[in-house]
Structure formats: C-alpha cells, structure tokens
Unconditional design. Structure first.
Length: 73
C-alpha cells in the first residue's frame, strides 16, 4: 500500500530531512577536527562524510527554496 501525502506533509518531511542532514554534517565535521591529530585516516573519512551531507543539504535547500543560492555554490 502506498501512502498518499499532501503538499504540506511533504514539505514537513523535506524540512525534517534537511535538519537531520545538517545535524549529521555538523557532527561529522566535528569528528573530523577531533580526529585530525590522532587518526588522520579516520579524519579524512569523516571529512568525506561531511562533504556528502553538505551536498544533501544543498539539494534539499534548492528543493525548499529554489534559487536561494547562487549557481555553483
């Protein structure tokens, strides 16, 4: 069975997903900084994950507010 959601619910879900992605991005960024002195390999992995979550946030930002960011940022 497929759930049918209205546009308001869809907007709420996208906003929650964006908030979750932002939290993950910030968490991985902090881990990267914390790990850098002792475990450079793990710090690099955390930095890659940070970039992935940044991309997700950018995409969801564009869905929520089209054109709010200059192209290429």
């Amino acid at each position: 069975m497929t759930d049918v959601v209205d546009s308001d619910e869809l907007l709420r879900r996208i906003q929650r997903a964006r908030a979750c992605a932002r939290e993950e991005e910030q968490g991985w960024r902090a881990r990267s900084v914390d790990l850098r002195p002792d475990d450079p390999e793990a710090a690099r992995e955390a930095a890659v994950r940070t970039l992935a979550y940044e991309a997700v946030v950018r995409v969801l930002d564009e869905v929520l507010t089209p054109g709010s960011r200059p192209a290429g940022t």
